[in-house]
Design a protein around this ligand. Structure first.
Ligand SMILES: [Zn+2]
Length: 304
C-alpha cells in the first residue's frame, strides 16, 4: 500500500515537472493558436507560411482565396494571431479590411448598357442578363458553351464588326463572352492559388466584378497570336484594326495600355466592351477609359 502511494506521488510529480517544462518551451513559438486548437506541437522546421496554410485548411468554412490572402499578409497578421490566443484562425478580417479600403458598392442597375463594373462596383451575384444570344461569328472553339453568349444588342453589333473585319481581310475569333458569377468565382480562385491575390486581381476579377457577367463583353483574338489572350494581340494587324475600328460598332477596348491605375487592370487589347456607338465614339476620340468617362475615381488608389 505504502509503496503504491509513493509511486503515485512520484508519477504526479513527474507530470507537474513535465507540464511546467512544456509550458516554458512553448513560449517563443509564434503559432500558439494552432497548438492550443489542435493539442499538438508545431515542428520548428515548418516555415511560417506552411503553418498558416495548415491552420486554415482545417477550417472548412474558409474559402481557398482566403488562404492565399493570409499567406500574403506580413508578420503583423501572424503576430496578431499569436497574441489573440484565439482557438481559430480569423482570415475574414483580412477580407473585411479589403472591403473597407475599397468602398465597394453593389450595382443597382446591372442591365444598363452603360453599367460601370470594376473593383469598387460589384454586380449582384444572382444577376444573369435576360436576353443572351449567340452571335453569328467565328469562335476559337466549337462547343456550345455559355461563353459564346452576349446580350442581343451587343451580339448584333459584334456581328457587324466581324463582317467589317472580314471585308478588310482581318480574321478575328471570339474567345470568351458571357460568364456566370459562379464561373468567375472558380476562375478567380484558381488564379489566386497560382499567383496570389494581388497579382491575380490585376488580370482577373473578383466574382461579381467581371464585365463578362454583364453579357456586354467579348474577348477577341487572331491566329497570329495563336488565338490566345495576350498583350501581343495589340501589336498585330488584327489587334491594331480592332483598336481603330471597334468604336464604329459601339465597342471600346476596355483596359488600355498605360491606364492600369485608372481601370485597375492590366492592358487587355483583346477585351471588347459594348457601350453603344455614341459613348464609344467619345471614349475613343478622347482616348479615355470608361472610368474617366464617368469621372469615376477609386477611393483606394492602391488599386493596381
Ligand atoms: Zn475579357
Amino acid at each position: 500500500m505504502k509503496k503504491g502511494r509513493i509511486l503515485l506521488v512520484v508519477i504526479l510529480l513527474i507530470f507537474v515537472i513535465v507540464g511546467t517544462v512544456r509550458m516554458y518551451l512553448k513560449q517563443p513559438v509564434q503559432a500558439e493558436g494552432y497548438e492550443e486548437a489542435h493539442g499538438n506541437e508545431v515542428e520548428d522546421s515548418i516555415d511560417e507560411d506552411l503553418k498558416e496554410v495548415d491552420i486554415i485548411e482545417e477550417d472548412s468554412d474558409i474559402e481557398e482565396e482566403d488562404i492565399i490572402v493570409v499567406i500574403e499578409e506580413t508578420q503583423e497578421t501572424e503576430i496578431n494571431e499569436g497574441n489573440n490566443n484565439s482557438n481559430t484562425a480569423t482570415p475574414p478580417v483580412v477580407d473585411n479590411n479589403t472591403e473597407v479600403k475599397r468602398n465597394i458598392v453593389t450595382i443597382e442597375d446591372p442591365q444598363d448598357i452603360l453599367v460601370l463594373v470594376n473593383k469598387e462596383r460589384t454586380l449582384p451575384s444572382d444577376y444573369v442578363p435576360s436576353d443572351l444570344v449567340i452571335p453569328n461569328i467565328s469562335f476559337s472553339f466549337s462547343e456550345d458553351l455559355p461563353k459564346k453568349y452576349m446580350r442581343k444588342i451587343a451580339a448584333d453589333a459584334l456581328e457587324d464588326l466581324f463582317k467589317e473585319a472580314t471585308n478588310n481581310n482581318i480574321e478575328l475569333f471570339a474567345v470568351s463572352g458571357y460568364r456566370a458569377y459562379s464561373t468567375q468565382k472558380s476562375i478567380f480562385e484558381a488564379n489566386v492559388k497560382r499567383q496570389g491575390e494581388r497579382e491575380a486581381n490585376k488580370t482577373s476579377a473578383f466574382p461579381g466584378q467581371s464585365e463578362h457577367q454583364t453579357g456586354l463583353a467579348m474577348d477577341v483574338s487572331s491566329r497570329s497570336v495563336g488565338l490566345g489572350l495576350k498583350p501581343e494581340f495589340g501589336d498585330v494587324k488584327e489587334g491594331i484594326w480592332l483598336k481603330e475600328n471597334a468604336h464604329r460598332f459601339g465597342f471600346i477596348i476596355r483596359y488600355p495600355k498605360g491606364k492600369e491605375h485608372l481601370t485597375g487592370y492590366s492592358y487587355e487589347p483583346w477585351h471588347l466592351r459594348y457601350v453603344g456607338k455614341e459613348v464609344a465614339e467619345i471614349i475613343s476620340a478622347s482616348d479615355i477609359t470608361l472610368e474617366e468617362y464617368f469621372k469615376f475615381e477609386y477611393t483606394n488608389k492602391d488599386i493596381y
